[in-house]
Every structure is written in C-alpha cells, then in structure tokens.
Write a protein that binds this ligand. Structure first.
Ligand code: GLY
Ligand code: MN
Ligand code: MN
Length: 430
C-alpha cells in the first residue's frame, strides 16, 4: 500500500543528491470559537507520505539517503477525545527510515542541517516556516565551528515535487478516475432531482449526499449551483436562490476522493427542456469543448485546446450575432472576452487547480502521457443592449476531466450526459 509513497520519496532523494529537504504538512485551522475546519494535510506532503495527521514534518536526508518523519506522539488521553494517532510507529506503517516525536524537531534539525551543503524547502510559501528554518540555519552555522558546514545553497523544494506531481502514476490515475466517477454520478443525481421551484441548495444537497455516501467526505472545492442569471457569476457560491421554470442551471462541482479532486460542470434546463435560444448557445459551447478535448494529445502543445475552443466559440458568437466581424479579427481584438473570460482549463490532481509549470522557462510545454487536465469552455451573456434579448442571462459551461494517454486521451468524467438529447432523455425519465 505505501510502496508508491516510498518510491516517490526515493525518486525525490535521487534528485536531491547530497542536499537535505524539509517539508511540513498543513496546520489545523480554526473556523470559529474552538471549532476547526475539517483537517486536510498539505498536498505535497500527502503526495510523498500518505500520512494524514496534522503536526508532521518530512525530512529527506540526501547524504544518508533516508526519509525521516516527525509526528505527534501517541497520547492516550488525547486519543480518547480525538482518536487514534500513529506516533513514531508511523515509521513502520508508512515505510519511513526513522520517525521521531515532533517535539524533537527543534533539537534534531540543526545538527542534521550542519551535515548538508544544500537545503531545499518550500521557499517563501509560508512565512512561519521561512522564519523557523532561518532559525535552524543560524543554529547550524554555530555548529559549523566544530568542523561541520551549514548549508550554503538553497532551493525551492516544491518546484521539484511539482514536476513529479504533473505526471500521474498508476495509483493516482485510479484514484482520480474514482473521484471523477463519483462526481459524475452526483451530477446525474442532481439532474434527476431538479424541478422548477426547488432551491439551489437543495440541489447542492443531492451532490453532497452522493459524495459522502461514496466515501468522499468533502467536495474538492465549493460547489457552484447557479440557476438562471447566477450562472454568469463565475464563482457563484451563495446557492440560495429559487430555480425558475424556463431557466438553465449550471452546476460546477466535484468531490475529493482519497485526496484527489474531481471537477465537473454541466448546464441543463431546470424543467428538463432546452429553449431554442438556450439550445443555440449550448451547442456552441459543446462543440468548443469537443474540439478542445480532441486537441488533448501527447506531443500537442498545452495551449492547443484553448486555441481550438476559442475558434469555435468565436465563430458561434458571430453566428448568434453576439459580435460582428471575422473570427481572426475578434480573436485579435479580444472582444470575445465579454462572453468568455476564463481559461480553457487547468491540471487536476491532489489540488483541483493542480501544480505543474505550463511554460517552464518560456515556451509552452507539450502534453505527456499521465497528465490530467480539465477542459471547460463557457459562454456567459449578461444583459446588454448590443445583444439579442433572448440570450440575456444565459450562462453555460461544460467541463470534463481528461487524462493524457500514450496514444490520445481518456475523458473519465463522461458518466454524466452532456449532449442535449441525452440530458433531456435523462430528465424526462424522472
Ligand atoms: N471548479 C473550479 C474550476 O472549474 O476551475
Ligand atoms: Mn469546475
Ligand atoms: Mn475546473
């Protein structure tokens, strides 16, 4: 079970050479009073450890080639209240070379740093740890007098891990696919439940019900359940309006399953039947999405899907008389941004907007087998005298999650329909 985590640590150690690396997990966060937000470890830390308790630090000792965990001690009194803790027995359970109590960190780190010429950490990401590590370095320099050198070279640990996380391994792909499947089923449930007169939050409840029932205790991000004009607010999350007969409903929601995110958007009619104008706009967005997905190929540049989608969207805007001119002219001027103002998608993994440099050092990189991306074009038509009134307040986005494979791609969130006929057929059954 923990072999893949061990393997990742070994790959990172190989890159570190003689350096030492320090990687704390995320802190617990108070929500209000003495109640906490649900605890979620740091994604980089989880990627390398699989260890989900708070107050833990991973240290990779490049010289010794060892992975060390510092974690909470066992504490029978606390465990009565808050549940099981591994304590340093985590070493065996998670395959670390050594594990120590977190209270030993301050004492053990400086002499360990003094053994290494280079230090990697999450530079500049978390001021608390920057200051702490500066303190350890000062102590290590004092110890350098007795024949050891403190690190003189510093590097950004996350840049190394980001590159690893960009290419998903087999275990990650299986978990992502499961997150995608549960998320897709939740969207189906929402489509089936939707009726005019319901509240947006009642549809949100259908999504959350399906997530939790399937072991995905949290959504990967705040669910967007946006009826009618609310769909034109890109990050709408109030979810407290009534759903009107004749309006569309845009749902952007995905679960987090075993740490990995799903991120799906569907837009469908509240009453189960698209109007003529809704249909016209929808077909443009769907065609753009399909064109963009077709452009996700190993070896294709990362910006190929955006270009493919944009041409289809702009042609559609011209056909619908939202804009006038030529496709190239509108792309050149950027006028399309009145109706399409976000990117085509993002990597997805442990984080919904996952890590990975898209243009390392300048030029776009290419898709490689094992990358996972969303494809999510949209059109959002706010009331505007220059636009035919039938289109006012129509907001449509269609989003799927796509794995790059050796010979193409796999859309693994397609258990929820997106063709108009399929959506109407599904909703008619209920
Ligand atoms: N749900 C966030 C996004 O689509 O990027
Ligand atoms: Mn989304
Ligand atoms: Mn997305």
């Amino acid at each position: 079970m923990h072999v893949s985590f061990q393997h990742r640590r070994q790959r990172l150690l190989a890159q570190l050479g003689d350096a030492i690396a320090i990687l704390p997990t995320a802190p617990e966060v108070i929500r209000n009073g003495d109640a906490h937000y649900p605890y979620r470890g740091d994604s980089h830390f989880l990627y390398l450890t699989g260890f989900s308790e708070p107050e833990a630090v991973l240290v990779l000792d490049g010289k010794a080639g060892k992975a060390l965990l510092f974690c909470r001690d066992k504490n029978p009194d606390s465990e009565i209240w808050d549940g099981f803790r591994y304590g340093p027995a985590a070493a065996e359970a998670f395959g670390f070379d050594e594990a120590y109590s977190i209270v030993e960190l301050d004492q053990r780190l400086p002499p360990l740093l003094a053994e290494h010429a280079a230090l990697y950490w999450a530079v500049g990401r978390d001021t608390g740890w920057d200051a702490r590590i500066a303190g350890y370095l000062q102590q290590a320099r004092q110890q350098a007098r007795v024949g050891k050198d403190a690190p003189q070279q510093y590097g950004d640990l996350l840049a190394l891990i980001d590159e690893m996380r960009l290419l998903k391994d087999e275990r990650e792909i299986a978990v992502l696919q499961q997150a995608g499947r549960i998320s897709a089923e939740a969207h189906v449930r929402a489509m089936q439940a939707c009726r005019p007169g319901m509240m947006e939050y009642q549809i949100e409840a259908e999504l959350l019900h399906h997530f939790v029932r399937n072991g995905a205790r949290q959504p990967a991000y705040e669910s967007i359940v946006a009826g009618g004009a609310n769909a034109c607010t890109l990050h709408y999350a109030a979810n407290n309006a009534r759903l009107n007969d004749g309006d569309l409903l845009l749902i952007d929601a995905g679960c987090e399953f075993n740490g990995y995110a799903g991120d799906i958007t569907r837009t469908f009619p509240v009453n189960g039947r698209f109007s003529g104008a809704q249909r016209d706009v929808y077909e443009v967005v769907l065609a753009a999405q399909l064109a963009a997905i077709a452009a996700v190929q190993p070896g294709a540049r990362l910006d190929a899907p955006a270009d493919a989608a944009l041409r289809v969207l702009v042609q559609g805007m011209l056909d619908l008389k939202l804009l006038a001119g030529s496709v190239d002219g509108v792309i050149e001027s950027g006028d399309y941004r009145r109706f399409y103002m976000h990117g085509i998608g993002h990597f997805i993994g442990l984080d919904v907007h996952d890590v990975g440099a898209r243009r390392p050092g300048g030029p776009w990189r290419s898709f490689e087998s094992g990358m996972c991306t969303t494809i999510e074009p949209g059109l959002y038509i706010r009331p505007d005298d220059r636009v035919p009134a039938v289109f006012h307040n129509i907001g449509i986005r269609i989003e799927d999650n796509v794995l790059v494979t050796d010979d193409g791609h796999q859309v693994y969130t397609d258990d929820v329909p997106k063709r108009i006929d399929d959506i109407e057929a599904l909703m008619k059954q209920h």
